[in-house]
Design a protein around this ligand. Structure first.
Ligand SMILES: Nc1ncnc2c1ncn2[C@@H]1O[C@H](COP(=O)(O)OP(=O)(O)OP(=O)(O)O)[C@@H](O)[C@H]1O
Length: 583
């Protein structure tokens, strides 16, 4: 097994090896299946003997044939009863094999990755195991029975009327060929539906699990939009699957109804030419109407729904844990320190396919350790851009690279450890100040926590509250907005993040407090991106990115004052605000 559990294809290998270990059970199932097929094998033959007997006046012979028919039905029923315990044994044993492999994969994954374990992934996989169990049972119970019925009816028909059997076998073969040709497309559609279902579960699970954070960060609209998009995708794909599976009616017609229509059309010729007796004709019709057509219809129904579902679930299990949205596996790792540049390439993003893009074809590169201020009038997309840079929003077009790796290729947990984004609405949870500050650095010692608190300017608050171990109420109700922002800043300061993004995260601090906090992050090392709302903050940055509707300009503060009238206006406006605040 690899670090991320077992891979695609492994699910099928496990299924085959688990079934191989159940050879004895499968042999018993085969034996009882043969006996179970006695009624469909003999039905047409016995009906034909009975009818021809009655027509010829041989009532005793005809009644004898009907008696045999009854006896065959009893044998079939007894055999069906015997099949069930063996089915249960085989299916439960296979289920056990999958559970062992799934749990082992999950444990291996948890031990090998240093991040939190993917409990939602375990739940998802156990759901797939349950699905494999149910569908395997259904397939072995129904598909097996139907397949034996089809074969028995064809053999019976062959004994009764070889010409009809030949035509029917050709039609059934053609129907199955059409079905098999369509199978890969159906399987692919079924897989997209399953992935979409998982995506809904994952998105909704993440939102419900972090509902306090979502509310605290004012992210309700974004969270609802995320879940809504996943639900809409699921609905659209389910509709597509329904249309695709309904095409199996053509297959039922080809294999089940076409031979019957042909037989009825040829009946006058068959009877007049004495190719078949009346009894044989009715017997052949019995095979087609009571045996083949319903069996074929059921077989296709089961294969097209449960069979596909099982196939997809087994393959999905083999892929182990689905990273991201399951659409694309995380293939890249986080680059080594010194190579963590952040690059936007032709970055375009719109909140919906019909909405105007918030940013369009944006391109720039931040070297590791740079300090960038993002500025612009309200609503020009500053928060959207930093969410894209943090990998919280997927670009509509273009990409964001960490080093040479697109953010979409990096596992979520790793990305979150490397890039820390602090929103304007700081989140403080019920617990001690120490727990709040150390939350993203579980191994941090007391000295490191105190140092982080001092660095961002929390000493005064710590003194006022009476130490780091004082317990804060829900959502830090006793803290001012600025104090809560300082706690959030200290938390990310102490975290392992190499790229820190402050999205107006110092808006409630005084200019001096803001300068202290930003200086702390500059001294800490790593890249700093600040959505600035004061001139001082932009002046401190090495470069400034101005978002102004459709245009974006990047340069030093002095360059932008020369280059952009919007920036010059913004600076004037900030200076005026700062002077008014000072007087
Ligand atoms: N979740 C969302 N769904 C749809 N539209 C959104 C969403 N979030 C933001 N927008 C829209 O995208 C545009 C850019 O918003 P954004 O918050 O990124 O701008 P901003 O420059 O950070 O604004 P401000 O300075 O006022 O915080 C706005 O028109 C906003 O209405």
């Amino acid at each position: 097994m690899t670090g991320r559990g077992w891979r695609a294809g492994a699910g099928y290998r496990l299924l085959v090896s688990a079934l191989r270990r159940q050879r004895r059970g499968l042999a018993w199932i085969l034996l009882w299946s043969v006996l179970e097929s006695v009624p469909p094998l003999l039905s047409g033959l016995l009906v034909s003997v009975a009818i021809d007997g009655f027509l010829a006046g041989d009532v005793a012979g005809a009644l004898g044939a009907l008696g045999l028919f009854l006896g065959a039905a009893v044998v079939g029923a007894l055999a069906t009863r015997q099949v069930f315990p063996w089915l249960a044994r085989v299916v439960e044993a296979v289920r056990d094999s999958f559970v062992v492999a799934t749990v082992t994969g999950a444990l291996t994954d948890a031990v090998q990755s240093s991040g939190p374990s993917d409990t939602a992934g375990v739940a998802r996989l156990t759901e797939h195991v349950q699905s494999v169990r149910e569908v395997l049972f259904a397939v072995l119970r129904i598909v097996r029975q139907i397949a034996f019925t089809v074969v028995a009816a064809l053999i019976g028909l062959c004994l009764l009327a070889p010409v009809v059997a030949l035509g029917t076998a050709l039609a059934v073969g053609l129907a199955m060929a059409v079905f098999l040709v369509r199978m890969p497309k159906l399987a692919a559609t079924q897989k997209t539906v399953l992935l979409a279902e998982e995506k809904v579960a994952r998105r909704a699970g993440a939102v419900f699990g972090g509902i306090r954070d979502v509310v605290a960060c004012g992210g309700e609209r974004q969270a609802a939009g995320d879940v809504g998009r996943a639900v809409n995708d699921h609905v659209r794909l389910s509709r597509r699957l329904a249309v695709a599976t309904s095409s199996r009616m053509v297959v039922v017609f080809l294999g089940g109804q076409l031979p019957l229509l042909a037989l009825l059309a040829a009946a006058p010729w068959l009877l007049v030419g004495e190719h078949l007796s009346v009894g044989e004709l009715v017997g052949a019709v019995t095979y087609l109407t009571a045996g083949l057509e319903p069996a074929l219809r059921r077989l296709l129904e089961v294969l097209a729904t449960w069979g596909l579902e099982m196939g997809v679930s087994v393959a999905r299990l083999g892929e182990g844990f689905a990273p991201g949205d399951g659409a694309r596996p995380a293939t890249g790792g986080v680059p080594a320190p010194g190579r963590m540049s952040l690059t936007a390439e032709a970055l375009t993003f719109a909140y919906s396919p019909h909405a105007a893009p918030v940013c369009r074809d944006l391109g720039f590169r931040l070297a590791e350790g740079e300090h960038l201020a993002v500025v612009g009038p309200s609503g020009t997309g500053k928060s959207t851009l930093v969410s894209l840079l943090a990998g919280l929003l997927p670009p509509t077009r273009g990409r964001v690279l960490l080093g040479d790796t697109p953010l979409g290729d990096i596992a979520d947990g790793e990305l979150r450890r490397v890039i820390g984004l602090i929103p304007q609405e700081a989140y403080v949870f019920a617990g001690s100040l120490r727990e709040n500050i150390g939350y993203l650095a579980p191994g941090a010692g007391a000295g490191e926590i105190s140092a982080a608190a001092s660095a961002v300017g929390l000493d005064e608050l710590v003194a006022r509250l009476g130490g780091l171990d004082v317990t804060l109420g829900p959502e830090g109700a006793e803290l001012s907005h600025g104090e809560a922002q300082l706690v959030a800043l200290a938390r990310v300061y102490l975290s392992p993040a190499r790229i820190v993004i402050l999205d107006e995260a110092t808006s409630a601090l005084t200019p001096d407090e803001e300068a202290t906090a930003e200086a702390a992050f500059t001294a800490r090392g790593g890249t700093l991106v600040v959505v600035a709302h004061r001139i001082s903050s932009a002046v401190r940055a090495g470069r400034v990115l101005l978002l102004d509707g459709d245009t974006a300009v990047i340069g030093t503060h002095d360059e932008l004052v020369q280059l952009s009238s919007t920036y010059a206006d913004l600076v004037g406006h900030w200076r005026h605000d700062a002077m008014s605040a000072a007087t």
